[in-house]
Design a binder for this molecule. Structure first.
Ligand code: PRX
Length: 653
């Protein structure tokens, strides 16, 4: 495969001139620097960019590979690096956060103010008994206090684990329990799209399920003002315990490897895994990618539209922009409220210069602009923009071009950033003032990252040939552990089939035959990507079979114009196969049930019933047939090993 015929978009001379990574010579020089002295490359930047309380003397520790350590004997604090040092550098009155609430109300928070708020929350956490190394679950909306709570944990060396506000009580319970969290931070409710939705009530349900006994306190912020039940001795209002605290709180210095956070994400088997990140290496890459990929300058207004519930919100809302002393927009709401012009209106209003969003959002806004010209980006003054970004899923060339022309006015480079929860920050991405862009390709590795495409045995395949995406060398912001499951860490990310030394991303990729550009071809495991949200097919199957009516279920993905992938579930009920209105009723019941078990984002788009699932004679479900059926394709594969070929007809949908 080659992109030879694809249109190439060159960065403008102006952009190149002022960019941190200037021109392909600049990019190649950085790659060569890392090639010649890999540890030195990262070590130099860790010294320059981070403020260390105890400087490190060792850069990479491979003694416990594949658990790698970076800057191991150094000590620092992430919150100090994000807040105190900006104040010390004279940026105390600079706006850190421009918060726009769901209803449009804007609050600006300076570095000095944010530091004071974070310190108060940190002191409150200390009063609740939280100490260095304790886990704190945060189940909060996209608010200033959501971000401040994360920073407060970092300040006292507590390891935070955010649970996305759209997850169910069951998911929340599982994470509180798996992490052994001491405190839960939540709010009474959250605003989304003009609606007031509960959070604390869901947390109460999670506790009622049992297994959260180690979690002795719940800190509750007030957001929506909805009535909530408060359990005496456990629940405490932030207004009561936070506001009275001192606004000074000394940062707790931690080792570079100290776990800054856990973030649960889906894998191909079993329940979500707690991806553990370090403090030093993680923060370094958060900063370096802000500077190289986003070319952040001191006058930029940066806006990443992600939620703090996902890794993008960690690296490019809570840590990266603040560690660089930037000004960022934080948005509580959704792109379609009060109308589908919300993003464009906010870019215009806040003079956003760097905008980072997901292909799903772009696709839905293309559709909206097509049907309602008044919300077309061309109706807004978007001249403040100078750089656009995309993340979370492949961006199809049509959406890329629309984004480029209509949002970027044909003048802003688009950085299509490939990375994962496990990688902590960008892995393969254009450098905006260097890399010629090809829509649909995430182009070339971030300087220093050693990405490659290999076959099943770990040997590199020639350019132009598809294969498995791997990273050949450890990098500072890589996953350190799967919380409480060392075996799963090794098996998932450093499998023996590939020699045990290559990091397995779980994606397929192909490099362009001419220029070596990477194109991600999608997951090679049973992980789905729906609207940029990662979900395991097994997780959804487990949720379905937990319903008393369900005997068996198999879940696959099918391509979807809007959401990238859509969830299709094939279900065998314990009773007879329902049809007509009966089927509709059961579909609703099962869909709601999955919503309750995992969260609304996991609800299947399509549920089909069969008397059985297509299986081989040895009883293995033939998923490739289900994938064809889900897409509505004729089954052309070999079905000779199929025990029950007649079942295919029933499952056609
Ligand atoms: O399949 C890839 C896809 O999203 C997966 C990682 O999901 P998650 O850990 O939730 O992190 C999402 C935000 C970083 C990857 O394995 N993915 C992410 N970015 C891209 C992408 N696929 C194609 N192009 C991208 N730019």
């Amino acid at each position: 495969m080659s992109n030879e015929s694809a249109k190439v978009y060159q960065p403008s001379p102006d952009f190149v001139k002022n960019a941190a990574v200037s021109g392909m010579e600049g990019y190649k020089a950085l790659c060569a620097e890392a090639e010649q002295d890999y540890e030195g490359y990262w070590g130099k930047r860790a010294k320059e960019l981070l403020s260390w309380q105890t400087p490190f003397t060792k850069i990479l520790d491979e003694s416990n590979a594949p658990t790698y350590g970076w800057f191991v004997d150094g000590k620092l604090n992430a919150s100090y690096n994000c807040l105190d040092r900006q104040v010390e550098r004279g940026l105390g009155d600079k706006v850190a956060l421009i918060f726009e609430a769901d209803d449009g109300q804007v609050t600006k928070v300076t570095y000095k103010e944010l530091l004071a708020r974070v310190s108060k929350i940190a002191n409150a956490l200390k009063e609740l008994g939280v100490q260095k190394g304790d886990r704190v679950i945060i189940y909060m909306p996209m608010t200033i206090d959501g971000i401040a709570s994360m920073q407060a944990c970092a300040r006292i060396g507590a390891t935070h684990s955010i649970v996305f506000g759209g997850f169910s009580a069951q998911s929340l319970r599982d994470r509180i329990s798996d992490a052994g969290a001491k405190v839960l931070i939540t709010s009474d409710g959250q605003f989304r799209g003009g609606k007031s939705l509960p959070l604390k009530a869901i947390a109460d349900e999670a506790f009622a399920m049992g297994g959260c006994e180690a979690c002795t306190s719940v800190l509750v912020f007030k957001r929506t003002g909805v009535d909530v039940a408060m359990t005496a001795g456990r629940d405490v209002w932030a207004d009561d315990i936070v506001n009275k605290q001192s606004d000074q709180c000394d940062p707790v210095w931690v080792e570079a490897e100290h776990p800054l956070f856990l973030l649960y994400t889906s894998g191909s088997t079993g329940k979500p895994k707690g991806v553990q990140h370090s403090t030093g290496g993680y923060l370094l890459h958060a900063m370096l990618t802000m500077l190289y990929t986003f070319d952040l300058k001191k006058e930029d207004i940066f806006w990443c539209t992600a939620d703090i519930g996902w890794v993008t919100g960690h690296t490019y809302i809570t840590y990266g922009p603040l560690a660089c002393g930037g000004t960022e927009v934080v948005f509580e709401g959704i792109p379609t409220f009060p109308n589908a012009g919300r993003f464009w209106d906010m870019i215009q209003k806040h003079k956003v210069s760097i905008f980072y969003t997901a292909p799903t959002a772009i696709r839905s806004l293309v559709k909206a602009a097509d049907t309602d010209p008044s919300v077309h980006p061309k109706k807004y003054d978007l001249s403040s923009l100078r750089l656009l970004g995309s993340v979370g899923e492949p961006i199809n060339p049509t959406a890329w071009e629309w984004y480029y022309e209509n949002v970027g006015g044909g003048r802003c480079p688009i950085v299509d950033t490939f990375w994962q929860t496990e990688t902590g920050g960008h892995m393969i991405t254009p450098m905006p003032g260097a890399t010629p862009l090809v829509p649909g390709s995430c182009t070339l590795p971030f300087p220093g990252i050693q990405a490659a495409v290999v076959d099943e045995t770990g040997n590199e395949v020639p350019w132009g040939q598809g294969g498995i995406l791997v990273v050949k060398k450890p990098w500072p912001s890589m996953i350190r552990a799967v919380w409480g499951d060392a075996d799963r860490f090794k098996k998932s990310y450093f499998p023996e089939d590939l020699g045990g030394k290559l990091y397995l991303a779980g994606d397929g990729a192909i490099r362009d035959a001419n220029n070596g550009y990477f194109t991600i071809t999608g997951r090679i495991d049973d992980v789905l990507n729906v609207s940029g949200h990662r979900m395991g097919t097994m997780e959804i199957e487990s949720a379905l079979v937990a319903h008393p009516m369900v005997a068996e279920a198999a879940v696959v993905g099918r391509p979807d114009d809007l959401t990238g992938e859509a969830i299709v579930a094939f279900v065998v009920l314990k009773g007879s196969r329902p049809t007509g209105d009966d089927a509709k009723k059961v579909i609703k019941e099962l869909s709601d049930f999955v919503g309750k078990e995992i969260g609304p984002i996991a609800k299947p788009k399509d549920i089909r019933f069969g008397d059985n699932l297509p299986k081989t004679r040895s009883g293995k479900i033939m998923r490739r047939l289900l994938r064809s059926l889900a897409k509505g394709e004729e089954v052309t594969q070999d079905t000779s090993t199929l025990e029950n070929p007649q079942i295919l007809e029933q499952l056609k949908g």
